[in-house]
Each structure stands twice: as structure tokens, then as C-alpha cells.
Design a protein around this ligand. Structure first.
Ligand SMILES: Nc1ncnc2c1ncn2[C@@H]1O[C@H](COP(=O)(O)OP(=O)(O)OP(=O)(O)O)[C@@H](O)[C@H]1O
Ligand SMILES: [Mg+2]
Length: 240
């Protein structure tokens, strides 16, 4: 089991113009930690910096006991870390089966692992020979998640898996995200859907203007009207 830590992180896209300033975070082993906050807060930037996709100018990222600061994204898998981006997370012109097989790059036991993943995502099994571009939004997120799970990661980073989904499908997708923790996976989830995120999370961080604002047990944050008012624009907290 592996926890993920972020310490004093400064990161951004342009030199000397950091988007994140002095960000601290701990995603406890086998727990679901969520990051919420207004548009442009730096949530995606934070998760991308952890995944090695945004330059880090100060601070560090620690996986278990090991520093993975500035990790090369292609080496992430070796550290048992998987990242599911917000968009463009599947190959539309390939079939479901081909998308999954591709992530395993012809390694031994590919068929067995894909069969296991179809157990977890039965909707994908039914469509395994169809092109991924024809999937519904929810099924597409499930495929992206299945692709991230092929190498049995111990840490999963997910960026807004419920974006653009109906409330019913968003619930299904987030329940699946939650179920990853039952398998011992450490999950770090960025969400716009505050109510749903707090429903499935153990711990919550609120990020605004690239800085930590407040954090606490998800159940406490959900009950705190002041938090909702100040950082999430009031109405957001009660939105479905
Ligand atoms: N590729 C990029 N190059 C330069 N600036 C970027 C880039 N991506 C994001 N930014 C800037 O970084 C800031 C934080 O953006 P980010 O995407 O991390 O926010 P977010 O919290 O994920 O927002 P949202 O809720 O809208 O997804 C914004 O000011 C944005 O304009
Ligand atoms: Mg984002």
C-alpha cells in the first residue's frame, strides 16, 4: 500500500509564472482523496505535475518513501502510478479490446488481465469488438479507467471522471472510482461535481488560486456551509 505526498509544490507552464504555490497534500494509502475548487484553481495542473506532465520549480512529490519529483511520464507505470486525463483519454478509432491490449504492449498474460477487467466493467465486455468512438460518455470514462488499471497501479490519479455525464451515470462512475479503494488502490480524484466527490471521498482538499485553502474529512467539509459559500460559490455545494 502506498501513500502519495506533495510538499511545498510550485509548478506551472511558463518559467517564473507558477500556477501552483506552496501546495501540500497527502493521499493516504488505500483511501480516496478528492481535490475540489473553482475553475482555474489549478486542480488539473496539480494532478498533471504529479504525473510528470508539468514542470516543477520547487517542492517535491513522494510516493511511499521514494521521491518521484519531475518523474518522466513514460516511467510512471514502473512506479505503479496511473493517470486518467480529463479528456482525450481513449483511442476512438480502435476497438475496446484493442485499447486495452495496447496499454499492455503485448506482455504475457494480456488476455487474462483483459478478462479480469471485463469482470470489473461488464458494459465494456459487451462492446469489446466495437470502436471506442461509439461508446457513451460514461462507458468512455470506464474504458479510460480500465486502461489505467491494466498494469495494476497502486495509485490512481483521475481528473474529473464525471464531467459531462448525467447524474445517474456520474454516480455509477464515481461508485466505481470508490470501489478501487476496496482493492487497496490509493485514489486522488479531481472533481467539479462537489456533492458527488464528497459522497465518495474520505478526505477533501480545496484548492483556489493555486494554493491550499482548507482540507479535512469529506464528511466535515460537506457539512460546512462557510466552506461552500467562500470557496465553491455557495450554490455549488447543493447542486446535484
Ligand atoms: N497548457 C497550459 N499552458 C498555460 N497555462 C495553462 C495551461 N493549462 C492551464 N493553464 C492555466 O493554469 C491555471 C489553472 O488551470 P487548471 O486547468 O489547472 O485549473 P482547474 O482547477 O483544473 O480548472 P477546471 O475546473 O476548469 O478544470 C489557469 O489559469 C489556466 O489558464
Ligand atoms: Mg481541470
Amino acid at each position: 500500500m502506498t501513500s502519495l505526498g506533495v510538499v511545498g509544490l510550485e509548478a506551472g507552464y511558463v518559467r517564473d509564472l507558477p500556477i501552483l504555490t506552496d501546495v501540500d497534500l497527502v493521499a493516504e494509502s488505500g483511501r480516496l482523496t478528492t481535490i475540489i475548487g473553482p475553475n482555474g484553481a489549478g486542480k488539473s495542473t496539480l494532478i498533471k505535475a504529479i504525473a510528470g506532465l508539468v514542470p516543477i520549480s520547487a517542492g517535491r512529490i513522494v510516493l511511499g518513501e521514494q521521491s518521484i519529483t519531475g518523474l518522466r511520464p513514460d516511467l510512471m507505470g514502473q512506479h505503479s502510478l496511473a493517470y486518467v486525463p480529463q479528456t482525450d483519454n481513449i483511442f476512438r478509432t480502435l476497438t475496446i479490446d484493442e485499447n486495452l491490449a495496447l496499454t499492455l504492449r503485448g506482455e504475457a498474460g494480456v488476455r487474462a488481465r483483459i478478462t479480469e477487467l471485463y469482470e470489473l466493467f461488464p458494459a465494456l465486455r459487451e462492446k469489446q469488438r466495437e470502436k471506442a468512438g461509439g461508446l457513451s460518455g460514461g462507458q468512455r470514462q470506464m474504458l479510460a479507467m480500465a486502461m489505467a488499471l491494466t498494469r495494476k497501479p497502486t495509485v490512481m490519479l483521475l481528473d474529473e471522471p464525471s464531467a459531462g455525464l448525467s447524474p445517474k451515470i456520474a454516480t455509477e462512475v464515481l461508485d466505481l472510482v470508490r470501489s478501487l479503494t476496496d482493492q487497496g488502490v490509493t485514489v486522488l480524484l479531481v472533481e467539479q461535481n462537489v456533492k458527488q466527490a464528497l459522497r465518495v471521498a474520505d478526505h477533501c482538499y480545496i484548492l483556489a488560486e493555486g494554493r491550499n485553502q482548507i482540507d479535512g474529512p469529506a464528511a466535515d467539509i460537506a457539512k460546512d456551509p462557510v466552506v461552500g459559500e467562500i470557496y465553491l460559490g455557495g450554490k455549488r455545494m447543493s447542486a446535484a
